[in-house]
Design a protein around this ligand. Structure first.
Ligand code: 13P
Length: 247
């Protein structure tokens, strides 16, 4: 899976242009052997639905509320995301954890809400630079995973994205050995925590993935795809990441 996280970028016209450029590339440059998920800002979801779904790509939200509905000004429900055409929702992104004070307990409730609405969660975990320097990366990510995974939900319903916080938007990426080790750790832990096991689980890597480093990262054992921020704002560069999966 290659997923685009547009974050808070683009107006309606930019979103339309980007979605249509991706649809054109997909139509003319052949089908890469991966699922492609595009996660635009919430206000663009419905508008881009037909272009993206029509071209065989999936739509995802960037967050949802933990409750199904109610007096939560400014929030969006998982059910509304699904109603707008979403199949996925990113949850627990480090920018939500840091900028909105989201705890793993809250994120676990959001993953459960997503499941109730029939959405698949892309659950993000990742250590800070200080935590990695202190040799605590595996422990920190393990704890995030344990606390952010609700009891219900299988590997078909939950994808994990490992995004080291220090690699997001910085142009730096973790080295191959560290990525491989972390992905195996996540897979193993998921298998222990979930009665359904880790079979079929997809663990994505995120943090400064671009066309130039995609092949190096996507060939690491245990890496099942990428969650792409900055490089997903250009159709060409996002497409060149997807194209790693061949045509
Ligand atoms: P960048 O690809 O811009 O580093 O962002 C990664 C990310 O946060 C995706 O969710």
């Amino acid at each position: 899976m290659v997923a685009a996280n547009w974050k808070m970028n683009g107006l309606r016209r930019d979103g339309r242009d980007l979605a249509r450029a991706l649809a054109r590339l997909k139509g003319t440059a052949g089908e890469p052997a991966c699922d492609i998920v595009v996660c635009p800002p919430a206000a663009l979801l419905f508008e881009l639905r037909d272009d993206l779904l029509g071209a065989g790509m999936a739509l995802g939200g960037q967050d949802c509320h933990a409750e199904d509905k109610g007096a939560h000004t400014g929030d969006i429900s998982a059910e509304l995301l699904a109603d707008c055409g979403c199949e996925y929702v990113i949850l627990g992104h480090s920018e939500r954890r840091a900028n909105h004070g989201e705890t793993s307990a809250l994120i676990s409730a959001k993953v459960a809400a997503a499941r109730r609405a029939g959405l698949r969660a892309i659950l993000c975990v990742g250590e800070s630079e200080a935590e990695r320097d202190a040799g605590r990366a595996l422990a920190v990510v393990g704890e995030q995973l344990r606390e952010s995974l609700p009891e219900a939900g299988t590997s078909a319903e939950i994808t994990i994205a490992y995004e080291p916080v220090w690699a997001i938007g910085t142009g730096r990426t973790a080295n191959a050995a560290d990525i491989g080790e972390m992905h195996m750790h996540i897979r193993q832990l998921f298998g222990q925590l979930k009665t359904g096991g880790e079979s079929g689980l997809r663990v994505l890597y995120g943090g400064s993935v671009k066309a130039e480093n995609a092949s190096e990262i996507l060939t690491i054992a245990g890496v099942d795809g990428a969650l792409v921020g900055g490089a997903s704002l250009s159709a060409e560069s996002f497409w060149n990441i997807c194209a790693h999966y061949g045509r």
